[in-house]
Ligand binder design. Structure first.
Ligand code: NDP
Length: 456
């Protein structure tokens, strides 16, 4: 008899979702965590980041106010107040997570877990090793910021520290052009920081639709962000109270803060995984099959430590699917098709389905519908920001296979459209849907003329 039916290592979104649901179904469940309960999303990622994004949008709203007749004077912004309020809310959320686990009768062990064998985990609790056994072990240890090992990299901060800076720097250089880099670039720029992004590629946001990438770059430049493409930082030197960054361009950039957002690595080191027979991929990600099972039949893994779709809702869905399968006699396999995603850049991006580039490879003939416009809200305000919306349609089946937007409210709008794509909606059904007027979202049901077609 094992101590538990399920033992989970890592109390982030995925681990908590699985273990809590297991406990809710009456399983004897426990979880260990070396930090606070909540994981990256709640404590160091999505949620605190979104608070900063909200704060930065206030700056834009204040600028827009004059055109709508408001005169606002004596405006000031206090970064420490924002950080303090953010931390208070995170404490509250941490408390909610703790309560959810205790309500589901899940034991929480406060320490780092290490796999000993197929059914045993050792948890280091304040230097005391405690061994527990479980019928099933779930690894949900997430990821951690990764930086290239260049000289002076110890001076760089990651997103972890960016969320807790004591004060706003005057200048910041952000290395990387993915989700985290563009989101923080927008936040800092709107809050008045001089922002430079340095990317090794020609464009930001590899993997996103090309038109969207270009549009967001243009909008980011419009709000004052400098983007240095095809460039890498080769050395970070401390120069008095600031930093000098040598680059492959031959240009040296002076800055107050260097922020690396060059991807996240699976958090799998020191967990005893390979010793226990679990296969890791080259980048340290845990290899799992369709049922989220590792090479050891009693050990499973979900979320960012498997480095597949590194998104909170995916980790949660995976965790719940396992708990349903094991403890509710309700076998489930997660569907990874048409996962909608958002980047909270300025403007934000919402996207679901294939990019134009992917669709051209997947289908013989596609039609592209595109609409670029100034949102109605930006007319009186004089705000020069523009929105881009795009639909990609497989001509043979008439199915909408990709839907992309960069503009205000894009993530909110795309979440709804994602349901339609998941249901296999056709362009004719989009057209048959009555518009809500006046909105930006209505463009998705009123695009009549394709702008480009794949090779005829
Ligand atoms: P991403 O993988 O999105 O982007 C990494 C960026 O760093 C790319 O621009 C990449 O360039 C660049 N890069 C990688 N290695 C180097 C290097 N050695 N030197 C210079 N540049 C390098 O990683 P992020 O850190 O932005 O985010 C990690 C993950 O977190 C995301 O993939 C996403 O899954 C998740 N996330 C999701 C969010 C959301 O849903 N809104 C928000 C934040 C994070 P290149 O393009 O050339 O490869």
């Amino acid at each position: 008899m094992y101590d538990y039916d399920l033992f989970t290592i890592g109390a982030g979104s995925g681990g908590v979702a699985a273990t809590r649901r297991a406990g809710g179904y009456g399983a004897r469940a426990a979880i260990c965590e070396s930090s606070r309960v909540g994981g990256t999303c709640v404590l160091r990622g999505c949620i605190p980041k979104k608070f900063l994004v909200y704060a930065s949008h206030v700056a834009e709203d204040l600028e827009d106010a004059a055109g709508y007749g408001w005169s606002i004077s004596g405006v000031s912004f206090d970064w420490p107040t924002l950080i303090r309020n953010k931390d208070t809310e995170l404490d509250r959320l941490n408390g909610i997570y703790e309560r959810m686990l205790s309500n589901a009768k899940v034991d929480v062990l406060r320490g780092r877990g290490r796999l000993i064998d197929d059914h045993t985990v050792e948890v280091d609790i304040d230097g005391q090793a405690r061994r527990v056994t479980a019928e099933r072990i779930l690894i949900a240890t997430g990821g951690w910021p990764e930086m290239p090992q260049i000289p002076g990299i110890e001076h760089a901060i990651s997103s972890n520290e960016a969320l807790d800076l004591d004060r706003l720097p005057e200048r910041i250089v952000i290395a990387g052009g993915g989700y985290i880099a563009v989101e923080f670039a927008g936040v800092f720029a709107r809050l008045g920081v001089d922002v430079t992004i340095v990317i090794r590629a020609d464009h930001l946001l590899r993997g996103f639709d090309h038109d969207i990438r270009l549009h967001v770059e243009q909008e980011m430049r419009r709000i004052g962000i400098t983007i240095r493409s095809a460039c890498k930082i080769t050395e970070i030197r401390q120069a008095g109270n600031h930093y000098a960054l040598d680059t492959t361009d031959g240009v040296t950039i002076d800055t107050d803060t260097v922020f690396y957002a060059t991807g996240r690595a699976p958090n799998t080191r020191g967990l005893g995984l390979e010793e226990a027979g679990i296969h890791l991929r080259d980048n340290g990600a845990i290899a799992v099959d369709d049922y989220l099972c590792t090479a050891v039949p009693s050990v499973f893994a979900i979320g960012d430590c498997t480095d597949r779709n590194n998104l909170t809702p995916v980790a949660i869905a995976e965790g719940r699917a396992l708990a349903e399968t094991w403890f509710n006699d309700n076998p489930q396999i997660v569907s990874y098709e048409n996962i909608a995603t958002a980047v909270f850049s300025q403007p934000p991006i919402g996207t679901v389905g294939l990019t134009e580039e992917q669709a051209r490879l997947a289908f013989a003939n596609i039609d592209i519908y595109r609409s670029a416009f100034k949102p109605l809200k930006n007319t009186l305000s004089g705000n020069e920001g523009r929105t881009l919306m795009k639909l990609i349609v497989d001509r043979e089946s008439d199915r909408v296979v990709g839907c992309h937007m960069a503009g205000p409210d894009a993530p909110e709008i795309i979440q709804g459209v994602a349901i339609a794509l998941k249901c296999g909606a056709t362009k004719a059904q989009f057209d048959d849907t009555m518009a809500i007027h006046p909105t930006a979202a209505e463009e998705f049901v009123t695009m009549y003329q394709p702008v480009a077609a794949a090779a005829e």
